[in-house]
Design a protein around this ligand. Structure first.
Ligand SMILES: Cc1cc2nc3c(=O)[nH]c(=O)nc-3n(C[C@H](O)[C@H](O)[C@H](O)COP(=O)(O)O)c2cc1C
Ligand SMILES: CCCCC(=O)C(=O)O
Length: 355
């Protein structure tokens, strides 16, 4: 009998056994030498939690409020292209699993399932749409209109991708999508090489005027994803964004940028509560979420582990991954004497040598 998966690392192994090498490399890989990719996870190995004892916190309250909506925990699913590569149900399974747990999903511009069916599956849980801006803005505008009509609640503009990073695994594998894997919410073709498609179609001249442009075409809240410094966070606040996602795209864009957990404190200090600050990159345990919140984030998004769950077992696999994170978060809160997220203060964390 196979042992049950108890950690996200267990799900990672299960997924790797099931996936073909080029697809695995597309999911797992990063840019360049993958230093930033590795640093994202390693940053959490430097975290030392400082418990407060004899402050009973059993059954801690993990709920949080983001953009006026209550999440069951400060955990969401980061936008990732083509969940259908991991499992035929694709984003439908992901959204069902997350929504059943009261957690939000940000759907990628390159989602493999239609946003209408995803919104129906979300059944009231928050669903956000991630945006790439195309050279042809009417493509982006049509996508926004479609998602807005379907019930998307916020737009996440990815700002770290004027071009796609140099992902050497994909170059070596000459990675192509199988013909049946296509973005369900975009028209046209030419999608088989994500790198070539991005180079041809995404707008490399995107600048801060994108935010007022988005405001002119939608009334949805706008977040920017991919901010790594305090000055850019301040520019984002000045541009009037509704939220900032501290992200290095899971180490897939520029190798050599810092781990997101390292970038977080300066950004949180600069933003000073002007808008929600979210983070993604390397979150693999419930206690990692606690560390993000202690260092100034309002919530944390999880990327690759969700694809691992999906590959390992569809909706049940994603549910398994999210349940582990939720249980580990509750465990860490109880054992640090953290009754609710309001108890999570910077003093909860010190930095030490990597384990
Ligand atoms: C396979 C894959 C596809 C991704 N696709 C997108 C995307 O379409 N849009 C986007 O903004 N970010 C995309 N990302 C980046 C994630 O949103 C997120 O920043 C990153 O994966 C978080 O790090 P983690 O995987 O270490 O949790 C993708 C990441 C992966 C692994
Ligand atoms: C054109 C697909 C881009 C997806 C993406 O953002 C990623 O793979 O990181």
């Amino acid at each position: 009998m196979q042992m049950p998966a108890l950690t996200l690392q267990d799900y990672r192994r299960l997924a790797q056994e099931r996936m073909e090498r080029p697809v695995w490399d597309f999911f797992e890989g990063g840019a360049g030498e993958e230093h930033t990719l590795a640093a994202n996870e390693r940053a959490f190995d430097r975290v030392r939690l400082r418990p407060t004892v004899l402050r009973p916190a059993a059954g801690p309250d993990t709920t949080c409020k983001i953009l006026g909506r209550t999440w069951a925990a400060p955990i969401g699913v980061a936008p990732m292209a083509f969940h259908t590569l991991a499992h035929p149900d694709g984003e439908l399974a992901t959204v069902r699993a997350a929504a059943a747990r009261g957690l939000p999903v940000t759907v990628s511009t390159f989602a493999g399932r239609a946003c209408e069916e995803l919104a129906a599956a979300a059944a009231g849980a928050p669903l956000w749409l991630q945006l790439y801006c195309f050279r042809d803005r009417s493509v982006t505008r049509r996508l926004i209109e479609r998602a807005e009509r379907a019930g998307a609640e916020a737009l996440v503009l990815t700002v770290d991708a004027p071009r796609l990073g140099r992902r050497l695994r994909d170059v070596r594998n000459d990675f192509r999508l199988p013909p049946h894997i296509v973005p369900a919410n975009l028209d046209g073709g030419g999608f088989s090489s994500p790198a070539a498609h991005a180079r041809a179609e995404l707008d490399p001249s995107l600048d801060w005027s994108a935010v007022p442009w988005l405001r002119s075409v939608t009334s949805l809240p706008v977040l920017v994803k991919g901010v790594l410094t305090a000055p850019d966070a301040l520019r984002a606040v000045e541009a009037g964004v509704d939220g900032i996602i501290v992200s290095n795209h899971g180490g897939r864009q520029l190798d050599g940028v810092p781990a997101t957990l390292e970038a977080l404190p300066e950004i949180a200090a600069a933003v000073r509560g002007a808008c929600p600050v979210l983070i993604d990159g390397g979150i693999r345990r419930g206690r990692d979420v606690l560390a993000c919140l202690a260092l100034g984030a309002d919530a944390a998004l999880v990327g690759r582990p969700v694809l691992h769950g999906l590959a390992a077992g569809g909706e049940d696999g994603v549910g398994g991954v999210l349940d582990i994170l939720l249980e580990e978060l509750q465990d860490a809160m109880t054992l640090t004497g953290t009754r609710s997220l309001a108890d999570i203060l910077p003093d909860l964390v010190r930095t030490g040598e990597p384990w």
